[in-house]
Design a protein around this ligand. Structure first.
Ligand code: ADP
Ligand code: MG
Length: 144
């Protein structure tokens, strides 16, 4: 799992953009990492890579936002999801196979429900403007 260190949100967005450009329909990106580690920033880059011009924001009470681009993007944020029941009751399976790309923030809460083909990306705040992103080898290998 190769690590990428970014300095500032623009670099994280740029990495997201490159990854977004590589993604194919029904790909699922699972983003884990603490608040402020750059998950939403990275999804903004993915959206750019998919040719989505709309502004990507963190859904506050809504769990899923949909955007249309080269491929639709389903942006899921499970931050507010709490407890076994809420997690068990949430069924995202349809999204994972609807022909779009699903990006899930706080995917650690939903681990056992993620599809087998998921790309796991771990983010870490290294302090100041530095963030570490750990990308799956299959994706990292395709970056130029
Ligand atoms: P999360 O979705 O993980 O909570 P966000 O992407 O919403 O994180 O927020 C990350 C915050 O950290 C933003 O305020 C952003 O400006 C700041 N930041 C500073 N450096 C970076 C970096 N290298 N990558 C991403 N965000 C950064
Ligand atoms: Mg976020």
């Amino acid at each position: 799992m190769p690590d990428f260190i970014t300095s500032g949100p623009q670099e994280t967005r740029e990495l997201g953009r490159k990854i977004g450009a590589l993604l194919k329909k029904n790909d699922v990106i699972a983003l884990s990492g603490m608040l402020g580690s750059g998950k939403t920033t990275f999804v903004q880059g993915i959206a750019e890579g998919l040719g989505i011009s709309a502004q990507i924001t963190s859904p506050s009470f809504i769990i899923i936002n949909e955007y249309s681009g080269r491929t639709p993007l389903y942006h899921v944020d499970l931050y507010r999801l709490q407890g076994e029941n809420e997690i068990e009751d949430l069924d995202l399976a349809d999204y994972f196979s609807r022909g779009g790309i699903t990006a899930v923030e706080w995917s650690e809460k939903y681990k056992s429900h993620l599809p087998k083909n998921v790309y796991n990306i771990g983010l870490e705040n290294l302090g100041d403007d530095k963030r570490k992103l750990c990308l799956p080898l299959e994706l990292a290998a395709q970056l130029k």
